[in-house]
Design a protein around this ligand. Structure first.
Ligand code: NZQ
Ligand code: ZN
Length: 385
């Protein structure tokens, strides 16, 4: 196990009715709030009214319309609003897209240049306004991590940025707020959580036993509750377990001490950059192909551990049979949740595969569990067509 520093600063309020602490938490941070949200979902399900009630004694400026795969233009607009209104706190109410956009807004508010500079170079981040999040979709873990992923459609870039300063100060996690998430977004969100866990779980560090067992229990949680939440959207137990899994998958708990580079995420980010597809769907359809591609004598033991401990495959079988069955079960689970499992089904053809493969390799896949060159990524993309 590698050395690490455990530091997870976000205060989490978890459970039914926890919106009741929002007013107190936000007012402790300042008087003027930028309330950031996405499309119409929070107005339809009543979360908007509950939030406004909590903010009634504060000066509230709204930024609505943050898109899935948030665009740089929204962050620029938000930063401008912060400067014009002397904003003290950025309040994100939504899924990963809204929270990510709010993180960049909070950082760009005090930056004199263009917000995109901070995505390209996080060392330029200076003061960051405090970020409070109210999560409405279990998926990215943005509610408890220091990452933000921002798209620039002019340049076909979807880039991740990471900084300790971007971690939310407070996050409110009420599983009931996810009851209205569609079956499609619930499936995509569950696949995203599973991918975050897998990206950490497939590492080469010896002796990270505790991280691996945590990861397996989180994977089992997603497998148990993903389909349940799709079939019974108002099942509290399912929504609660998925919500907490979303945070724990990426807040450092399972990656401290292993620190492996991620591979499938950089490959997926290129798909969303060029085609604006749903992040979790792209991950689900690539993951089994990535697994097949990296399965070798060097990696087979890790796949056996995954197959036996997560999918309960008979450990007495031959090791490659276990590995292949584990990969099949992974793909089957995504399929059962209703996720389209080919690139064609989500509208992606061969036209941009070369450039996407080149970007994916240099932006991360080269540094992952198994280093992938442009040619490797291209083969994986082609196998997913
Ligand atoms: O915009 P509204 O109307 O709110 O609708 C949203 C959106 O259309 C809807 N939704 C959210 N909560 C809902 C709801 N609909 C009904 N009821 C609710 N309670 O769901 C749609 C998708 O929302 P979005 O925020 O885009 O989804 P997600 O949370 O999956 O976020 C995806 C973004 O996060 C990035 C992804 O790349 C993508 O841009 N990621 C961020 C990470 C991070 N910060 O650590 C890591 C991830 O790997 C990921 O890359
Ligand atoms: Zn993800």
């Amino acid at each position: 196990m590698k050395n690490f520093k455990y530091d997870i600063p976000t205060k989490v309020h978890f459970g039914k009715g926890k919106i009741s602490v929002l007013g107190k938490e936000v007012s402790a941070l300042g008087k003027s709030v930028l309330f950031v949200y996405g499309g119409s979902s929070i107005k339809k399900n009543g979360i908007y009214d509950q939030v406004m009630k909590q903010l009634d004694s504060m000066n509230v400026i709204e930024l609505s319309g943050v898109e899935p795969n948030p665009k740089i233009e929204s962050a620029r607009k938000g930063a401008q609003l912060c400067r014009e209104n002397n904003i003290d706190v950025v309040l994100a109410v939504g899924g990963g897209s809204v929270i990510d956009c709010s993180k960049l807004i909070a950082a760009a508010a005090s930056y004199e240049g263009d917000a995109w500079d901070l995505v390209l170079d996080t060392s330029k981040i200076g003061n960051v306004l405090p970020i409070v999040s109210v999560l409405t979709l279990s998926a990215t873990g943005s509610e408890m991590d220091g990452f933000a992923v921002i798209s620039n459609m002019e340049t076909n870039d979807k880039l991740g940025m990471g900084s300790y300063k971007l971690k939310p100060t407070v996050s409110i996690l009420d599983p009931e707020y996810t009851y209205t998430v569609s079956a499609y977004q619930t499936a995509a969100g569950t696949a995203d959580i599973m991918s975050h866990i897998l990206e950490s779980y497939f590492h080469k560090e010896d002796g990270a036993y505790i991280q691996d067992r945590f990861a397996e229990s989180l994977l089992k949680t997603c497998i148990k509750y993903g389909i349940m939440a799709i079939e019974e959207p108002e099942n509290y137990e399912a929504r609660a377990n998925l919500m907490w899994a979303s945070s724990l998958a990426i807040n450092g708990l399972i990656s401290y001490g292993t620190d492996e580079g991620w591979t499938v995420h950089p490959m997926e980010h290129e798909l969303s950059a060029y085609y604006d597809i749903t992040h979790g769907v792209g991950l689900a359809l690539l993951t089994p192909h990535w697994m097949e591609y990296v399965l070798s004598e060097d990696t087979v033991d890790k796949f056996v551990e995954y197959g036996v401990n997560v999918w309960n495959i008979d450990s007495s079988l031959e090791k490659y049979s276990i590995a292949k069955e584990a990969i099949e079960k992974t793909a089957d689970y995504f399929r059962k949740m209703g996720i389209p499992m080919t690139l064609h089904e989500v509208g992606i053809g061969e036209e941009n595969l070369e450039i996407m493969a080149e970007n994916a390799s240099k932006r991360g896949a080269k540094y992952g569990y198994v280093s992938l060159s442009k040619e490797d990524v291209l083969k994986i993309y082609k196998s997913a067509l």
